[in-house]
Design a protein around this ligand. Structure first.
Ligand code: NAG
Ligand code: NAG
Ligand code: NAG
Length: 481
């Protein structure tokens, strides 16, 4: 049983048309040797020197500083600016990450870019092992990085030290909220707007943060690619795009909202080259491992994105979820089955838990009757095509009992917190369209409320799972044999 679950969950990958290719793993799925190899490679890339003014050189030969500078130099074309959509966002960053990976491979050919599934840590990101192993928070009023592996790194774009002033008690988007936004995106333009201005921006806003001396962390600015955590964050963003493309390839694999043959300077590729990975450059052939976000079912073509449209509703759940989806929906519980010593953890967390019901964890945590309610999570609130003129004022649905706990309350292990809204300063600095960002935040709150109000449902992103797979350091895939 467990062997079957192992193969079905941990080797499940998201790949588009080509295969086989390297599989990018979540940081916690790497062995400690692989983690060390990655950290060594970024350290060497940081010591490399090249002509950062010449973007015509082979990007695989660039220095770390050159990547940071290029990201800032081309930012206007590749990020949403106010109400102006920048369609290249996903595609340009896919190319950028590809060359960053190539540059690392020129140092150590065994390295494959890892990603950070921050949905797993969304409820308490500063306690994440991933964050800690990538250097944790900056020191003092100015937030300079003084811990390894980033001790003494400088900021090529902003000058001075590399900074993080990550805010305590802040939260990111949980898996269910991200998937709800994906389900509500009927085309590339919608996905671009919702993911870029919502969950993507939240990671920059929270991890960069505002420093006591009035400055901000690099992730908060267009100097963000000077912080190595940027690349693992954007690999997650790329995975989200790929998951969405894979959810309905006939509609989404080639969907794009601008001229698909425009070259993505300073690179030579076009969006077309990286959309479905079978086009001209065979190097763009890779996949992503399954991680926490995969525990929430993404609508397939049958229940196409946007099918249920509701806002702040108490209406009946949609009946469009495919028949087997409820079981897939509960894949997260099976992940718990994979954790060594899970019985001990569960006994500590749930008084009354005994060895005799170790094989029925899902029954222990979820009565079968609650599964019907869990279907609610298939709802997407957007069917997003444009930002409404007036963003509705958020209020808890009167039919709901459970309010999201405060962001800084880490005692509630089960209920999800609303994601921390983007700072006004971040919005201004990044020239984000505030209305668009607030709209996404509103939709995310509705999705979080829904999850919290499913009777007996414990979301994958809940702190109880966080404790199991992160804090206790036990979330390691077993080697298949
Ligand atoms: C920039 O790099 C390209 C490719 O290596 C080279 O042909 C060109 O001469 C360089 N330009 C400058 C100004 O150094
Ligand atoms: C979602 O939006 C699209 C585009 O405007 C529209 O064609 C479709 O009917 C909408 N779906 C629902 C369920 O409202
Ligand atoms: C926790 O959050 C609440 C409201 O969200 C705030 O009033 C309180 O001061 C916060 N406590 C700490 C220690 O930050």
């Amino acid at each position: 049983m467990k062997g079957f679950l192992l193969t079905s969950i941990l080797t499940a990958v998201s790949v588009l048309a080509c295969s086989p290719g390297p599989v990018r793993q979540e940081w916690r799925q790497l062995s400690s040797g692989q983690q060390q190899a990655y950290l060594n490679a970024i350290n060497q890339l940081n010591q490399r020197q090249d002509d950062t003014s010449n973007d015509s050189t082979d990007p695989a030969t660039w220095s770390f500083a050159h990547f940071a500078i290029v990201h800032a130099r081309y930012q206007q074309a590749n990020h949403n600016q106010g109400s102006v959509q920048a369609p290249p966002f996903f595609a340009w960053h896919r190319i950028f990450l590809h060359y960053y990976e190539k540059a690392l491979q020129s140092i150590d050919s065994s390295v494959v870019l890892p990603y950070w599934d921050w949905t797993q840590d969304s409820q308490n990101p500063l306690s994440s092992d991933v964050y800690a192993q990538l250097g944790g928070n900056g020191q003092g009023a100015s937030g300079c990085m003084e811990t390894n592996p980033l001790n003494g790194w400088s900021s090529a774009v902003n000058g001075g030290c590399l900074k993080r002033c990550s805010g305590a008690g802040q939260t990111l988007y949980p898996a269910g909220a991200v998937v709800s936004l994906m389900n509500g995106s009927p085309n590339y333009a919608a996905l671009n707007r919702q993911i870029q201005d919502g969950p993507h921006g939240a990671v920059h806003n929270v991890i960069g943060g505002r420093c006591a001396d009035g400055g901000v962390g690099d992730m908060y600015t267009m100097s963000s690619a000077g912080d190595p955590i940027f690349y693992m964050h954007h690999a997650m963003v790329d995975k989200i795009w790929m998951m969405w493309q894979d959810a309905c390839p006939s509609k989404f694999a080639n969907d794009y909202s601008a001229a698909v043959n425009s070259v993505m300077a300073p690179f030579t590729q076009t969006a077309q080259d990286v959309l479905n990975f079978k086009a001209s450059d065979g190097n763009f052939c890779y996949g992503y491992s399954s991680s926490g976000i995969n525990s929430v079912q993404l609508n397939k073509c049958a229940g196409a994105p946007g099918t249920p449209t509701q806002s702040g509703d108490s209406a009946a759940p949609s009946a469009t979820a495919p028949a087997d989806s409820v079981d897939q929906y509960f894949a997260e519980l099976r992940l718990l089955d994979l954790i060594p010593n899970s019985a001990d953890i569960l006994k500590a967390l749930f008084p009354g838990f005994s060895n005799s019901n170790i094989n029925t964890i899902s029954h222990f945590m979820h009565s079968p009757a609650s599964k019907a309610k869990a279907k609610r999570d298939y709802l997407s609130y957007g069917n997003f095509t444009s930002v409404p003129d007036v963003i509705p004022t958020y209020q808890l649905n009167p039919g709901y009992k459970i309010k999201a706990p405060c962001q800084n309350d880490t005692t509630d292990l089960y209920n999800l917190r609303h994601p921390t809204p983007l700072d006004k300063d971040y919005i201004k600095m990044m020239n984000v369209d505030e209305k668009s960002a607030r709209h996404v935040e509103y939709l995310a709150k509705l999705a979080v409320d829904d999850m919290n109000n499913m009777e007996g449902y414990v979301p994958y992103s809940a702190l109880i799972n966080f404790n199991a797979h992160n804090k206790l350091g036990l979330f390691k895939p077993k080697q298949s044999n």
